[in-house]
Design a protein around this ligand. Structure first.
Ligand SMILES: [Zn+2]
Length: 558
């Protein structure tokens, strides 16, 4: 007994020694300094290598990048450092807000990397294998291989229902091919999550993303309730148009009758072609002028950017913060179309967020409050390329032209936003249940959710693993909800700016052109604080209330 008493006492003493009142803050401060000295140059180097890889397409740059990423990951997987961070956290005596916030972010970054090396190796290998199988596979129609762009062409133009069915099925075939490996990957991800004390990989991901499953459930349930009726109406109207188009009755519509394999995009019947308004316009100059007018000049960003198409270059677009010290750039492949107007406005939204971080904040906090908060700002600006009032002012259109745009774009925006919300509900709920129990009948679960949220009938017969053809499950697991949260916050910012910053009584005719109050508000309340506050707190401070789906509904459902 006596021995046990001594053992217990010495453990208590050791634990107490770990929590040394105010010297703890000093120790944490020292830990952070050493950590940042190691990570900052590596991160900057990795970022610049990524830029070189994306702008040139050179294989050696991609390999160099992989090495740098591995080096960074090695730092974050150090289990001794993780123990130290855990100890700082458990002592709970870090009163300095900046230090506490840095500790929180560091702890989460380390936590998701505490995977036993053998297990990590298997996860990385399987992940790569699934992605390779995915990109090498071609679906077939009548024994002939088809590409995804063939499939999109058929789904958007073909009137013959049998051909549509065959093309839609071809888009899903890859699901059955990768399903066994993918489910194995899911189980390994779960195993890694369990080893650090989580129920499954989904709950771990949500936790390390500083989110909360109950909160997300609540937001999605509310969104579901609010969009149910309006979506039913819009879908009924659409079904009639499509059925007439194919010469069938609306009750006979099947998943292949919609214009997208997952019904996540607006069917072409509502798609509007705004390209004629942007033809022969200087998209870069429009964006430059617009942002300058809003009090967020981007000349320096554009000067460092890589904006036009070139062989070997990454074909899409992204914004990029090289060093958290002002070297912000955009990669794009600009053309004089509405899509590229939207894209450059979107990417510059990300870019100004990074550019206007308060650079006196510590390096670890000099990033957006959350990936969905920077997405929200990017979406807020990206939406302008279809805004009739904005287009009229920026492109000097007539009142008549503006009226024409308004008529189509209102309908389009409404449909697109509600449709996306319903689709995001399928993705969020499916992934949550996938990781909770990967052994259940997932193929039926998928169609249960599609019927519940998208109002689309399942095809007859035993369901296959077509859902696994969605690459996000492999490359961006448990992340989809953030796109939706971004849309919600974009609308909340819109509401707050219209009513409280501009003091208007409606957003009618609002173009957002040439008003520097917009830039000042965003800089002071969103950009400068960077990640000093948890996203929830940042939103509450910036808009007077927590994230609220009401404003999205108010903006798009009328
Ligand atoms: Zn974005």
């Amino acid at each position: 007994m006596k021995t046990l008493y001594y053992i217990v006492m010495s453990i208590v003493l050791i634990v107490l020694a770990g929590c040394g009142a105010n010297s703890n803050q000093d120790q944490l401060d020292a830990f952070i300094q050493v950590h940042v000295q190691k990570v900052e140059p590596l991160a900057t180097k990795a970022n610049l290598t990524y830029w070189d890889a994306a702008t040139t397409g050179k294989q050696e740059k991609f390999r160099e990048l992989e090495q740098l990423q591995l080096e960074i990951r090695r730092i974050y997987s150090d289990s001794n450092d993780f123990k130290k961070l855990k100890n700082f956290k458990e002592c709970g005596d870090i009163e300095n807000q900046r230090l506490a916030r840095q500790l929180e972010k560091l702890y989460l970054a380390y936590l998701q990397n505490q995977v036993e090396p053998q297990l990590l190796k298997r996860i990385v290998e399987l992940d790569t294998k699934v992605q390779e199988m995915y990109s090498n596979y071609r679906g077939t129609v009548d024994g002939n291989e088809v590409t995804m762009s063939d499939i999109y062409t058929i789904l958007t133009t073909e009137k013959d229902c049998n051909k549509r069915e065959a093309a839609w099925k071809a888009s899903k075939q890859v699901g059955d091919v990768i399903i066994d490996d993918f489910l194995q990957l899911v189980r390994l991800r779960n195993q890694a999550a369990k080893s650090v004390g989580f129920e499954n990989y989904h709950t771990l991901s949500i936790f390390t993303g500083e989110q909360d499953v109950e909160q997300l459930d609540r937001i999605f349930a509310e969104l579901s309730g609010l969009t149910d009726e309006p979506f039913k109406q819009l879908k009924k109207e659409l079904d009639q148009i499509l059925a007439d188009d194919y010469g069938i009755s609306p009750e006979d519509l099947m998943p292949w009758h919609y214009h997208d394999p997952f019904f996540q995009r607006t069917p072409l019947v509502y798609e509007l072609n705004l390209d004629s308004y942007y033809k022969d316009r200087d998209i870069k100059e429009l964006a430059r002028r617009y942002y300058a007018g809003a009090g967020l000049p981007v000349d320096d960003i554009l000067a460092r950017s890589d904006l036009y198409d070139r062989k070997g270059k990454y074909p899409h677009a992204f914004s990029f913060d090289a060093d958290r010290n002002g070297d912000v750039r955009v990669l794009a492949n600009l053309q004089d179309t509405e899509r590229w107007m939207e894209t450059i406005l979107h990417e510059l939204g990300h870019a100004v967020y990074s550019k206007y971080h308060d650079r006196s904040e510590p390096w670890l906090l000099r990033e957006p409050a959350h990936s969905f908060t920077t997405e929200a700002v990017a979406m807020f600006f990206g939406r302008l390329s279809r805004n009739a009032a904005w287009m009229q002012e920026m492109l000097k259109l007539s009142a008549q032209e503006r009226k024409e745009i308004e008529e189509v774009s209102t309908k389009y925006l409404q449909f697109q936003q509600i449709l996306f919300a319903r689709w995001a509900m399928v993705m969020y709920n499916f992934e949550k249940q996938l990781y909770a129990d990967p052994n259940q009948d997932l193929n039926s679960l998928w169609w249960d959710l599609v019927e519940k949220y998208q109002f689309i009938k399942r095809p007859p017969g035993k369901p296959d693993a077509g859902w696994a053809s969605k690459l996000h499950f492999t490359t961006a697991p448990c992340y989809y909800h953030n796109y939706m949260l971004g849309e919600l916050l974009a609308s909340q910012l819109h509401h707050h700016i219209v009513y409280n910053i501009f003091g208007l009584d409606s957003d009618r005719d609002l173009s957002y052109v040439g008003d520097k109050r917009l830039g000042r508000y965003l800089r002071e309340n969103i950009f400068a604080p960077c990640a000093l506050y948890h996203w929830d707190k940042m939103i509450t401070k910036a808009t007077g209330e927590p994230l609220n789906p009401r404003y999205f509904i108010e903006q798009f459902i009328r």
